[in-house]
Design a protein. Structure first.
Length: 342
């Protein structure tokens, strides 16, 4: 399978008025489309500057209209906050309006603070996730929905809306450890991971060693990286340090406010530590290319997922990174790249 390129976006807020912020972000996403990227993945967060796409379906409906070939979807829909029938209908609409470019990313949610604002017991999110996912997949593939569970109960609900893609749009998962990679494999999902190369390799190996449902398309193994590219290493590093500090403050906003620590992640306050770990790649095109080649070779990833917009990066700064990446790095990485065996 050839190497493909994608984008992950928290859609985190900066100092611009929201209307201008959304317009600039949509212009940038249109540029991803023109540059030949495979997919765009946006996060869902609530009541925090970390995420201004609190309703991914609403935001992505605009993405559908601004792009022609780019696939797109949430990473992830926080299923504990959704009524599954309503969500299934939204998925069908987005997939039909985009002529089959929608991707379904699902998860239970990583922030108990955000979920708690909606009155959802975080101790129940695992079970709610499983039930909601079961109902959604049934609603996307059958003419009626009947289900009996602890949290949802339906009897012969007619489904007028259907997805464009059959049997349903491709499924995606955010993988944090090898066990979650195995869960993704069992569900026939592709995945994206933001981790050092050795950790991603372990997740891919666990995925490959796990039996998948028959008939699934070949999976994508995504390696996610912060990315700032400029004419010189010094210029790129100066921009990246400034922007990352703003992103980090947004990421920590609710945790600091409620004196808690985020579960399962420990992001450093400066991007220099991310660069050392390999989870951020910053510099001139030559520096970035030389950093990415060994990581892709080590992991066997077939999907490089970039973060070109975070913190207070301006539209012009993000577009410059994108232009340099598309002009110098994408063609070089595609030549002779080897991916993990499926």
């Amino acid at each position: 399978m050839p190497l493909e390129f994608g984008v992950f976006d928290h859609v985190d807020r900066d100092a611009r008025p929201l209307a201008a912020f959304y317009e600039d972000r949509l212009k940038l996403i249109a540029a991803y489309d023109r540059a030949g990227f495979y997919g765009y993945h946006c996060a869902e967060h609530h009541f925090t500057p970390l995420g201004m796409a609190s309703s991914p379906s609403v935001f992505l409906s605009s993405v559908a209209q601004r792009t022609k070939n780019l696939r797109f979807g949430p990473l992830v829909y926080t299923l504990a906050l959704y009524h599954p029938l309503r969500l299934a209908e939204e998925i069908c609409m987005l997939d039909q309006m985009s002529r089959g470019r929608f991707m379904i990313g699902v998860g239970k949610g990583v922030s108990p603070i955000e979920i708690g604002f909606y009155g959802v017991d975080t101790a129940k999110t695992e079970k709610i996730f499983a039930e909601c996912f079961a109902v959604v997949t049934q609603a996307l593939t059958q003419k009626t929905v009947s289900y009996e569970g602890e949290h949802f109960s339906f009897s012969k609900v007619p489904m007028e809306l259907t997805p464009f893609q059959k049997p349903h749009p491709p499924l995606w998962y955010g993988v944090v450890n090898p066990d979650s990679a195995a869960r993704a494999a069992k569900a026939g999902m592709s995945f994206i991971s933001n981790a050092p190369a050795t950790a991603i390799r372990a997740k891919i190996e666990r995925y490959i060693g796990t039996e998948r449902p028959s008939g699934c398309a070949a999976p994508k193994f995504g390696m996610n990286r912060y990315m700032v590219i400029a004419d010189t290493d010094e210029a790129a590093l100066e921009i990246a340090r400034r922007a990352y500090r703003v992103w980090y403050a947004s990421f920590m906003h609710l945790w600091w406010k409620y004196n808690q620590k985020p579960p399962n992640v420990n992001y450093p306050p400066e991007i220099d530590a991310q660069i050392t770990a390999g989870t951020a790649v910053v510099g001139s095109p030559e520096t970035v290319l030389n950093a990415l080649k060994p990581q892709l070779a080590e992991t066997g990833s077939n999907y490089l997922v970039c973060r070109f917009a975070f913190g207070d990066l301006t539209l012009q700064e993000s577009l410059r990174s994108l232009d340099l990446f598309a002009g110098h790095i994408m063609p070089a990485l595609r030549q002779g790249h080897r991916v993990a065996a499926e």
